[in-house]
Design a protein around this ligand. Sequence first.
Ligand code: PLP
Length: 411
Amino acid sequence: MSTTPLDGFDRQQLIAAADLYGTPCYVYDEAKLVAAWQAFNADWQDQPHQVCYAVKANPSLAILQIFARLGAGFDIVSGGELQRVLAAGGDPAKVVFSGVGKRTDEIRLALASGIGCFNVESEPELMRISRIAVEENCVAPVSLRVNPDVDARTHPYISTGLKSNKFGVPHQDALQLYRLAARLPGVRIVGIDCHIGSQLTEIAPFVDALDRVLHLVDALQSEGIVLHHIDIGGGLGICYRDETPPDISDYLTALRTRLAGRPLKILLEPGRALVGNAGVLLTRVEYLKPGEEKSFAIVDAAMNDLMRPALYDAWHEVASLSPPGNQQRVWEIVGPVCETGDFLAHDRELALNEGDLLVIASTGAYGMSMSSNYNTRPRAAEVMLRDSGPVLVRSRETVEDLIKPEHLLTF
Ligand SMILES: *Cc1c(COP(=O)(O)O)cnc(C)c1O
């Protein structure tokens, strides 16, 4: 695995991508995506397992296609994501559907597509799924998403496994709800699920959560409710700066050790750890505004393209792909959006010229997927680096695309 987020990216290929398709532009590396997939699938011996890529980290059809061809399942959180998985050739039987607000039409679509499992997050959702399945003359495979009430020790906005979070069924209510599920005509219990947060950099919270879920598995078994799978969610962190998340293999070894000897299929829902360090954002310097207090490098990417710095105060490595420029300073890297929160990086020492090409690292996850059109900024192009060179996988949006669904009033 790479040691710094930019290791293994081919400079010339990145420059070629920017020249061919313009900036701002997200670039993904196919070999890195495949390597991350393989790391999650190594050393399982005969333990049945299924890795379900969490689509919301990056729903690019090209990325879904790469994983689908490698045999991936998918963790979805909307009907829209299901349609993307199907469009990319994903196997619906390997899809798990998470999320606290599944709409009736989304549940119908998922049933009609034959998804593998609904990860149910509340009693009213369980009742709704059962009712719809009965109407549709089918039986919905379900897991309950249990909130194990462990502290993932990550950013509060991306922690999901505490009692105070909106996600999942409280641990102490889970048995009761399983008993209800066992009596409902429209559902079939197939598993149990948990997901405690994102960008976790320690193994301990995962193991704590797993122990609490296994406790429930045993309690259910003693009541005759037998599960086929245990879904341990996603959330493994990556290195953005100096974090030291566990290796994928150490993480898997810790979990497998806990699960040894149980006849349960193991499902995982990694998002960030599969794609985060396989993608970068390319941007060009528009203007340099050196100042006494702060010096600003104004670039053509902004918070609408990459929201993580503004939203979580996230740190991304920034490097120049151009020859060293004439103005060596400590720069604020900011976008053109009319918000003081529109920054991509603070206090970066770089030697810059106008027109330089910069690369913002570790942006494969929650970059493009959280982008918006704020300030009527068309969304960036997306490019896949393949052995054969850069391939455009999403055209840059046009302003025409943006205003097409709108209607002028008549006067
Ligand atoms: C977001 C999410 C994931 C993926 O989280 P990562 O931190 O990207 O691995 C997995 N499962 C569920 C239910 C999620 O909401």
